[in-house]
Write a protein that binds this ligand. Structure first.
Ligand code: AHR
Length: 670
């Protein structure tokens, strides 16, 4: 690996050469004029940097849950989509004959997941049944094992059982199994299928064997390889990417999905826990939100629900941050409001969630959590009241929530909205109100042009140091325009975000949390772009934006160090952006520098006040000469950090920044 370029301080070089080499002096003076001077005040550590500074925003958008993090391979496994056979197709190989019916027990009494499938086979042939298309195909990998499961019963006649075939896109059988022993009572059957091949577009056929009638429900094909090998667990490659970021928190479940386009379609956490059978399906708001990216087959099964969410937060070492509906539907849609006098139900949901997460096992909610496998509390410390709300109607509702919650749980921080934009009337109104109400943290969103990010690196330098703290809760540079389908996760966007984030880093006493949004995008099923991580049915990759986030997060440090750029505390002068911190655990100074220029830049770094500076540091450099560069499934690390040794000659040295680069240096100090 190539070592990043450091040289002794220019002053030291000048002094050594001053009497003998006039030419060198001239060149050195030219270099000095070009260099930026970065002074890190190592002996003046400032505020502590919260562990939550860099976190994650999860929303079920772009098939982020079903078809993504939740790796069920069968779409519409319980026949609950409004078109109950969506995702399924009747097939009759070998001239078999029969009929398919959807039965609905919900017509008699209200039950979640009330539909099931009836297969009536008249001529068995090679089996009569259905094939499932999966989520834009079914992803299977050679030699991997999948658990097939189904709820089934025999109704009449003598159906011998089921033949289950896993086939690739061309119809070649990759694996199969048989289910037998059907009884008149509903029973769950499971079997393992090992795939002999790899395909992202495989399909699953379920065929009835023999003549007669049988009922089927909850037909599932689930990979055995899940995160921590859990049953009903999460997709391991995606969780790994998240964990490697060492995120400080995990926001869930969004996003606009919290609000719903209508109140009755809002996210309700209680319907997402317990038996899979009890989790009622909901249409995903991103199913119909964008006319230019319709996704008629996008529903929420809640296979990944709130228990799985708390467990995931714990697994990746992130503080959970649930966001709850505050009695308002999305204001970009209907903006329906719950009358103030009927808000109790919503507040009770928040109370019950805190109890579910934190209460001891001697309580009802604690017992329910323990029954799911987690007797220890999840130690929930914060929740968000509403997502991207605005206007006086939000303030009224927030006030009622805050009055009740703060009295009952004074230690649970409440996150409030600053509306959908980083400035303007709505933003100013909410900030003023929330300041008056002494809110804990205010959630700012910015989906802006790359230039905005570079221009706003100093945004927080002059924010008031008292009052509510900032949660930069959703942001991403939009290469074309907000929510444009042509936006790209390119290097220009990532580099501009890096420039901006140096400003979060420097102001971690005010900005206590931040997260890029959205997190996930399925390459064939997305509605919104850009996204931090892209995936198909088998593979995934981090974008350049992912690597920017990761570098900041894993190099957070524990105390802010004051840093001067060319003698001034103003960040983002010209094309240089910087921040610094001290990592008290490792005894290192961490310096981050972004060079947005298309040429190299020499910076003279002065570790002011450091008693001893270790010689052997490290540098991580993320760079590309092409601002349009992107990562992809086939080239997932085209723009990815390169780590190398950093030899530090003294407390003052010159470092050559690569063009269009983001560099993190870790330097041992005392
Ligand atoms: O991140 C996508 C959407 O952008 C979120 O759902 C919403 O909060 C914001 O408008």
């Amino acid at each position: 690996m190539k070592a990043p370029r450091t040289t002794p301080s220019l002053f030291a070089r000048l002094l050594a050469l001053v009497c003998s080499l006039g030419l060198v002096i001239v060149q050195a003076q030219v270099a000095l004029a070009q260099a930026g001077n970065i002074t890190v005040q190592v002996d003046k550590p400032g505020a502590s940097i919260p562990k939550t500074l860099y976190g994650l925003f999860f929303e079920d958008i772009n098939f982020g849950a079903d078809g993504g993090l939740y790796p069920e391979r069968v779409k519409n496994r319980s026949f609950e989509f409004p078109d109950p056979l969506m995702g399924w197709k009747q097939i009759n190989p070998g001239d078999s004959k029969g009929a398919v019916y959807i039965l609905d027990q919900g017509s008699v009494k209200e039950v979640p997941n009330s539909h099931y499938l009836r297969l009536k086979v008249e001529t068995p042939g090679a089996g009569f049944g259905l094939v499932n298309e999966g989520f834009r195909g079914i992803g299977v990998a050679k030699d991997d094992e999948y658990t097939f499961s189904v709820r089934a019963r025999r109704v009449d006649g003598a159906p011998a059982g089921l033949i289950v075939l896993l086939e690739d896109a061309n119809g070649h059988v990759l694996g199969q199994t048989k289910i037998s022993g059907l009884t008149p009572e509903w029973k769950k059957f499971t079997s393992t299928i090992r795939s002999t091949g790899t395909d992202t577009k495989a399909r699953l056929s379920v065929l009835a064997e023999g003549r007669g009638t049988l009922d089927l429900d909850l037909i599932s094909l689930y990979p055995k390889d899940t995160w921590q090998n859990r049953e009903n667990g999460l997709r391991s490659d995606l969780v790994k990417l998240l964990k490697e970021m060492k995120p400080g928190f995990l926001r869930f479940p969004g996003g606009c999905i919290v609000e719903g386009s209508h109140l009755e379609r809002r996210y309700q956490w209680k319907t997402t826990i317990g038996d899979l059978d009890d989790r009622s399906l909901l249409i995903n708001r991103w199913n119909y939100e964008f006319r230019h990216r319709p996704a008629p087959d996008y529903y929420q099964s809640f296979g990944l629900g709130f228990y799985g969410y708390f467990q995931l937060s714990e697994d990746i070492g992130a503080e959970p941050l649930p966001i709850l509906n505050c009695g308002m539907a999305c204001q970009f849609n209907t903006g329906e409001l719950v009358p103030l006098e009927q808000l109790d139900h919503y507040i009770q949901d928040a109370i019950d969630l805190i109890e579910f997460a934190n209460a001891p096992v001697t309580t009802d909610w604690g017992r329910r959590r323990a029954a799911m496998g987690h007797p220890a509390p999840f130690n929930l410390k914060m929740i968000g009241i509403g997502n991207e709300q605005w206007g006086p109607q939000y303030v009224e509702r927030y006030e009622i929530f805050a009055r009740v919650l703060k009295q009952k749980y004074p230690n649970v921080a409440l996150i409030t909205s600053a509306g959908p934009a980083p400035d303007g009337d709505r933003f100013d109104f909410l900030w003023a109100k929330m300041r008056e109400l002494k809110a804990d943290l205010i959630d700012e969103h910015y989906y802006m042009a790359p230039k905005w990010f570079r221009d706003n690196a100093g945004r927080y330098d002059n924010y008031p140091r008292t009052g509510p703290k900032v949660f930069a809760g959703e942001y991403a540079a939009q290469s074309v325009g907000i929510a444009s389908p042509d936006n790209r996760n390119n290097w220009e966007c990532a580099l501009s975000e890096a420039a901006f984030i140096t400003g979060l880093d420097r102001n971690a006493d005010v900005v206590q949390m931040s997260s890029y949004a959205p997190l996930f995008g399925h390459l064939e099923a997305w509605q919104w772009t850009p996204n931090m991580i892209w995936f198909d049915n088998l593979r995934s990759y981090g974008t350049p934006n992912y690597y920017v986030q990761k570098l900041f997060s894993v190099n957070r440090g524990t105390r802010i160090l004051p840093v001067l750029l060319n003698g001034s505390a103003t960040n983002g002068q010209g094309e240089l952006f910087t921040s610094a911190s001290l990592d008290e655990e490792s005894g290192e100074v961490i310096i981050k520098v972004v060079n947005t220029a298309s040429s190299t830049k020499e910076v003279r770094i002065n570790l002011a006040g450091a008693k001893t500076v270790g010689k052997n540091g490290k540098a991580f450099v993320l760079e590309s000469s092409d601002l349009k560069a992107e990562n992809s499934l086939d080239n997932p690390t085209k723009v990815a950090p390169v780590e190398g040794p950093l030899v530090i000659p003294s407390g003052e040295f010159v470092f050559t920044l690569a063009p269009q680069s983001f560099t993190v240096m870790r330097i041992p100090v005392k």
